[in-house]
Design a binder for this molecule. Structure first.
Ligand SMILES: Nc1ncnc2c1ncn2[C@@H]1O[C@H](COP(=O)(O)OP(=O)(O)O)[C@@H](O)[C@H]1O
Ligand SMILES: [Mg+2]
Length: 471
């Protein structure tokens, strides 16, 4: 029983731990092992490599994220186990079982029992490892599921030749801490450090980039004949710069950094010329744009090309007219003081003209827009909304035209609910609230840049409301 220990960069301890828990002989392997670590901390890589180096240890893999809910997960476990065993031991005839019948846990046990019984003819005990890669990513995950699997070995007869062992790969520590009393053997994959990420990426990407066809084409088209080390230098510099430029956005996420590199590599290669190929600094300067933006847009690329002249369209938020005015009203509520409301929004201000209508209005020291949004009650929002929502002047018999001020009708509430679910307008209490309660306070969650753009799309001059308020 020899176990080969693969080498994975910066994961020596984890590989060692895995090799002491995962064994061909079921009497040496615990029934459940948990592997915990953040995204792209090398969990999948390490486990895959381990099993690759140890083909004598039987295993099968499941991706719970693809399986959505309990039922398909259980059925898939059943199917995986029976088909893996059938492939491993084609000589042993196993009575046909329908994996789709394993709709519930007791049915899964029944199924497994029937399948595993056929393998009693084997000469020695074997373990079969079932790896759940991303157990906590199952969409309909609940707290019952893991304990059921943890206890599964207790429900199967102990004298079976084939013994099932489960490996759960999870990233959520909160999920795991619920089961701390089960004392499951847990192998932690800590996050990589910055230097480790750089080293892994350099090791992984340099060779890939040196051999990239684009680089070769470019060099040939420039009529250059550089040495291999120049290529290596170019690729290495590129990787290092990208990591430095984007590390603050991606954190130590190898996958994200790798994707960024891949997406910009072509443009980087394009800027190579005969002059700058040996001068990293001028090469860096010639494509500095690559490092200052991610190159992402909010619209699909073709659209962006078509609509370059029409910037308004590209950012016209997919909101209804009512929503837009609600949002504008919410912005005004959050940034204007309530005591001036009657002056600013009343259509009957001529009744009390002059200073008596609003008192002396002291100039504010800072523009209110620079402050935190203040909270407001729903009632105020609806009043301001009513005041600013445009009333159609001309006679029109369509039901969609308003001749009276807009009231807070069902449609308005619907739009408000949508804005709330889009988190454009939020409540002061985060969760489980009665939205219509008079005590509840609201605030807007949109910056000035967006609200002006949005207001201009409905021809509403919001800047006017903020002029003359401050020095
Ligand atoms: N120690 C390492 N050495 C080389 N590549 C690594 C290492 N750790 C992670 N990677 C790479 O990072 C990516 C993400 O790793 P992965 O194992 O899928 O992470 P996880 O399963 O923890 O989310 C993979 O492309 C993998 O090749
Ligand atoms: Mg993974």
């Amino acid at each position: 029983m020899v176990i080969n220990v693969p080498s994975v960069k910066f994961r020596d301890y984890q590989v060692d731990a895995v090799s002491s828990f995962v064994s061909e002989d079921p009497s040496f392997a615990p029934p459940n092992v948990v592997i915990q670590g953040h995204h792209s901390s090398g969990k999948t890589l390490t486990m895959r490599k381990f099993f690759e180096y140890n083909p004598q240890i039987y295993n099968c893999w499941l991706n719970p994220i693809e399986l959505v809910s309990w039922k398909p997960l259980l059925q898939h476990v059943a199917r995986m186990i029976s088909s893996t065993l059938a492939n491993l031991f084609p000589d042993i005839s196993c009575e046909e079982q329908d994996a789709l019948e394993a709709e519930d846990f007791y049915l899964l046990i029944k199924f497994l029992h029937a399948v595993l019984r056929s393998y009693q003819l084997l000469e020695k005990d074997i373990s079969l490892f079932v790896v759940f890669d991303g157990f906590d990513q199952l969409q309909e995950l609940d707290s019952e599921l893991l304990p059921k699997f943890i206890k599964l070995h207790e429900l199967l007869p102990p004298n079976l030749r084939v013994q099932l062992k489960f490996i759960y790969i999870v990233h959520d520590t909160a999920f795991l801490s619920r089961y701390s009393t089960y004392n499951l053997p847990t192998i932690i994959f800590p996050r990589y450090k910055h230097e480790q990420v750089a080293e892994i990426l350099l090791q992984k990407k340099v060779s890939e980039y040196i051999e990239s066809e684009k680089l070769l084409c470019k060099v040939v088209s420039c009529g250059l004949d550089p040495e291999d080390s120049t290529f290596e230098q170019i690729a290495e510099n590129y990787i290092k710069i990208i990591i430095q430029a984007f590390h603050s956005y991606t954190g130590n996420d190898i996958v994200a950094l790798g994707d960024l590199m891949d997406s910009k590599w072509e443009s980087y290669v394009q800027s190579i010329t005969a002059e700058n190929i040996n001068e990293p600094l001028s090469l860096y300067r010639s494509n500095i744009d690559l490092y200052t933006t991610t190159g992402d847009t909010f619209v699909a690329e073709e659209e962006a090309c078509v609509e370059t002249g029409d910037s308004e369209r590209a950012t016209a938020y997919e909101l209804s007219c009512i929503s837009k005015f609600l949002l504008i009203a919410a912005y005004l509520c959050s940034y204007l003081e309530p005591r001036y409301d009657s002056k600013i929004f009343s259509k009957k201000s001529h009744l009390r003209a002059g200073r008596s209508s609003y008192g002396r209005r002291a100039k504010m020291e800072t523009n209110p827009r620079y402050l935190q949004p203040s909270l407001f009650p729903l009632e105020r929002l609806f009043s301001i909304f009513q005041a600013i929502f445009p009333v159609e002047e001309q006679e029109n018999h369509s039901i969609f035209h308003h001749t009276e001020p807009m009231r807070a009708n069902v449609e308005v509430y619907e739009n408000l609910a949508e804005l709330n679910s889009l988190k454009l307008i939020t409540t002061a209490t985060p969760k489980n609230v009665d939205y219509l309660s008079y005590k509840l306070k609201w605030k807007v969650n949109v910056p000035w840049e967006i609200i002006t753009e949005l207001a201009s799309s409905v021809n509403f001059d919001i800047a006017d409301y903020f002029s003359g308020l401050h020095y």
